[in-house]
Design a protein around this ligand. Structure first.
Ligand SMILES: O=P(O)(O)OC[C@H]1O[C@H](OP(=O)(O)OP(=O)(O)O)[C@H](O)[C@@H]1O
Ligand SMILES: Nc1ncnc2[nH]cnc12
Length: 183
């Protein structure tokens, strides 16, 4: 298992992680020259690997008194909603601008290849709730004050990433591969 907490990397022995990592297709130079794109659609086509990935998150969060899973559009919706159902929490989508019809809170951020903005419905999360933020991948992420932990399937892990998470713990299943892997 690969975990970044307080800036310390720990390697565990979960035998499911190698298959999860291998199920993620690496596509060089997509969507731009120089980017090694980590394509989770191949993981989603592998029932066992997809289920194992969700189960690992569910096992981690089921006893942490989490009442809200916030998932980042679009790929974070896939994992976040599955995890929310698994731990008995509600799911709050963090959407690209203009997708949510109600009053929203907005947050601008810098991506690995661009900039963007996320919005969440006001009232989706109450002040006393414990929230986790789920995405498929963290390269340059962000988080706000009520977050217990941020989690992702793939993490471009270094201390710079952790600093940009504003000191919130970051839980990562696998590291990105930097070479093509047979798809
Ligand atoms: O760590 P970062 O630099 O923020 O990059 C990671 C984000 O980029 C991708 O989303 P994207 O904005 O491409 O949207 P998509 O999920 O709709 O493809 C990915 O799903 C993460 O949300
Ligand atoms: N290298 C990468 N692979 C897949 N999604 C991404 N989003 C930002 N960087 C990415």
């Amino acid at each position: 298992m690969f975990v970044l907490e307080n800036g310390v990397k720990n390697k565990g022995e979960d035998p499911r992680l190698q298959a999860i990592s291998q199920a993620i297709r690496v596509v060089p130079h997509f969507p731009k020259q120089g980017i090694m794109f980590q394509d989770i659609t191949t993981l989603l086509l592998d029932h066992n690997a997809f289920k194992d990935a969700v189960d690992i998150f569910v096992d981690r969060y089921r006893d942490m008194d989490i009442s809200v899973v916030a998932g980042v559009e679009a790929r974070g919706f896939i994992f976040g909603s599955s995890i929310a159902l698994g731990i008995g929490a509600k799911f709050a989508p963090l959407c690209k601008p203009g997708k949510l019809p109600g009053e929203v809170i907005s947050e601008k951020y810098v991506l690995e290849y661009g900039t963007d903005c996320l919005e969440m419905h006001v009232g989706a999360v109450q002040q006393n709730e414990r929230v986790i933020i789920i995405d498929d991948l963290v390269a340059t992420e962000r988080a706000d004050a009520e977050v217990v932990e941020c989690a992702c399937v793939i993490g471009l892990s270094d201390l710079k990433v952790r600093c940009k998470l504003n000191g919130k713990p970051l839980y990562i299943l696998v590291e990105p591969r930097q070479v093509e892997n047979g798809f």
